[in-house]
Design a protein around this ligand. Structure first.
Ligand code: GTP
Length: 203
């Protein structure tokens, strides 16, 4: 009886722990845990003089999938996409849901040229993907945009994510289904911020 109650307490604790760190829909890291682990991984790479890259994924025109097929099909696309990416990454990489249809892949020990190659390979594989939606044996195809940034001295996780986000924004504006690397260039960065600020005030 005592053992049984200890086991059920342990199960309950494990369930609570999973709820705290995982995204309930996809089962991958939730935003909070992802950022926490990403920060730790970035710091370890920096201390050991190893490169560290970030890929920020955003599924293209995802709202249209929801609007056309319904929210539950949208959910299936999200779970299919995450399962697919998880099957493609190294054990040391960190993959999680950043929010909505945005996902992050942290790549420890990965320089920018490799990160660009990985993202191009991902784009090709995602394009060819057929995601089953359990409606009359139909499947859906998707494309993604990927913003890339690589650690440089004085970076924080926030500044890396900001660059990846700016790179992603460029992808969205150059027709989607592509990747873009954001170089560490303050002038370029400021120009991009200005462009975004102008765009926001226009719309
Ligand atoms: N099914 C489903 N939809 C979600 C979930 N989280 C966010 N969304 C939807 O994702 C959609 C994102 O729409 P937008 O931000 O306009 O992005 P988009 O349609 O992909 O457009 P682009 O990114 O510009 O290509 C919204 O309609 C959200 O309601 C979720 O967990 N499940």
């Amino acid at each position: 009886m005592v053992i049984w109650s200890q086991v059920s307490k342990l199960h309950m604790l494990m369930r609570l722990y999973r709820q705290a760190i995982l995204d309930p829909l996809t089962g991958i890291y939730n935003r909070r845990m992802l950022l926490r682990l990403g920060k730790k991984s970035m710091q370890e790479c920096s201390q050991n003089d190893k490169p560290f890259s970030v890929l920020l994924f955003d599924i293209d025109k995802f709202k249209r999938i929801n609007d056309t097929w319904g929210h539950s099909v949208g959910d299936k696309v999200l779970t299919g996409f995450t399962a697919f990416v998880q099957g493609k990454i190294r054990k040391t990489d960190l993959f999680g849901r950043y929010g909505g249809e945005e996902f992050i892949l942290f790549l420890p020990d990965c320089p920018s040229d490799t990160a660009i190659k990985i993202s191009n390979r991902m784009l090709t594989a995602i394009r060819a993907l057929k995601l089953p939606i359990n409606i009359e044996n139909q499947s859906l195809s998707i494309t993604t945009c990927i913003g890339i940034s690589t650690y440089s001295e004085n970076d924080t996780l926030a500044s890396m994510l900001e660059r990846a986000d700016l790179a992603l924004y460029q992808c969205k504006h150059s027709g989607r289904d592509c990747s873009n690397f954001h170089p560490i260039d303050l002038q370029y960065e400021n120009d991009e911020r200005l462009k975004i600020a102008e765009k926001i005030s226009i719309n």
